[in-house]
Ligand binder design. Structure first.
Ligand code: PLP
Length: 371
């Protein structure tokens, strides 16, 4: 779909001729008679919000269409979506091959949690599609991946999976459906943390899984039995966020690229991790499989003491210190490298503020670093 279409999807058929879908904040739906109730499994219509709800359905249809998927299901959080997607694919005795740079809590789920049920996992470097060629039930991708923004060649990994019979699941939260559509590249299930760009206002927790109908039915079993369903109000806020996704992402992209290329020239910066910079080792791959870039990236500081880094980060005025990303306000976190020389990586979630103000803020904070 073209970008602006996302803003107008589904806007003309709501009750009361409302232009915005109503929040159907109801846990259950009633039936006309007992015969209907007894046959409700075969009938159209809503029954119980853990299984389906009109407001949740609207958001699901928008995301399914944006991803080119037959079906989408919303969840209470990104992690509820990650765990349901993975559990829908594996059973005891199965093996999972995952990209080593995946989101921390996902990694914890794949190792500590799945091992309790006899599912084994191994982590591979995402740069080489052939590293995924193992007898496994599932290949788990996240491209670009958290913190360092490395990519996997989605089409190539999906081609390997076709030969080995593995399913491919990808976390697409960074690029959003606007800038990357993994299903068209052969992926089976796409996951989003809607708490990030899709919600876009730092005010909801949510997740989504999208894919073909038959596999989504298994995802639906996980949602129904583990119970990690979305809430209608969160779905309403998600719909509201989706309507401005194209304009917000264009701005995040523009500001992110402006900051990343300026930072690459700054004396206090050792290297910038942004897949949209030509200096990124996977720049060409990124251009092939993505249509754009979001506003989350990181950079390495020149070696500096912990005290000076803490002081600099604390002095930032435009960037607030906090986890997560994807909202209108810019955020920063920083971590030291474990190995000497203990460089610090600084991760920025670039918000919707003017790029010049954000750059001035960083320049003032890191003034004198790397001198
Ligand atoms: C935040 C995040 C998640 C988890 O989403 P929650 O909504 O916080 O549960 C999953 N994957 C990535 C890449 C994330 O950044």
């Amino acid at each position: 779909m073209t970008d602006p279409e996302l803003c107008f999807l589904e806007s003309d058929n709501y009750p009361y001729r409302a232009i915005v879908p109503p929040i159907v904040q109801s846990s259950l739906f009633t039936w006309d008679d007992l015969e209907q109730f007894l046959k409700r499994g075969e009938l159209e219509g809503w029954d119980y919000t853990r299984v389906g709800n009109p407001t949740i359905d609207v958001a699901e249809r928008i995301i399914a269409q944006a991803e080119g998927a037959e079906k989408c299901m919303l969840f209470a959080s990104g992690m509820a979506a990650v765990s349901a997607a993975v559990l829908a694919c594996v059973k005891s005795g199965d093996h999972v091959v995952a990209v080593e740079t995946c989101y921390g809590p996902t990694r914890e789920f794949l190792t500590d949690y799945l091992s309790r049920f006899g599912v084994t996992v191994e982590f591979v470097s995402g740069e080489y599609p052939e590293k995924f060629r193992k007898p496994a039930k599932l290949y788990y991708l996240e491209s670009p991946s958290s913190i360092f923004f490395n990519l996997q060649d989605i089409q190539q990994v999906a081609a390997v999976a076709k030969e080995t019979g593995a399913l491919v699941v990808i976390d697409n939260s960074w690029a959003t459906p606007l800038y990357q559509n993994p299903i068209s590249m052969g992926v089976d299930l796409v996951i989003h943390s809607t708490s990030k760009y899709l919600g876009g206002h730092s005010d909801i927790m949510g997740g989504a899984v999208a894919g073909r109908r038959e596999l989504m039915e298994k995802v639906g079993v996980e949602r129904r039995t583990l119970g990690g369903c979305a809430d209608p109000f969160a779905a309403y806020l998600l719909i509201r966020g989706l309507r401005t996704l194209p304009v917000r992402m264009a701005r995040h992209q523009e500001t992110g690229l402006a900051l990343a290329s300026a930072l690459a020239e700054r004396p206090y910066v050792d290297a910038v991790n942004h897949p949209g910079l030509e200096s990124h080792p996977q720049f060409e791959l990124g251009k092939r499989q993505m249509r754009g870039y979001s506003g989350l990236f990181s950079f390495w500081l020149k070696p500096a003491s912990r005290e000076s880094v803490v002081r600099a980060i604390n002095s930032l005025r435009r960037f607030r210190i906090g986890p997560s990303w994807g909202g209108p306000e810019s955020l920063v976190v920083a971590f030291p490298e474990e190995q000497p020389p203990h460089r610090w990586v600084v991760r920025l979630s670039v918000g919707l503020e003017p790029a010049s103000a954000l750059l001035d803020d960083l320049d003032a904070a890191f003034d004198g670093f790397g001198a």
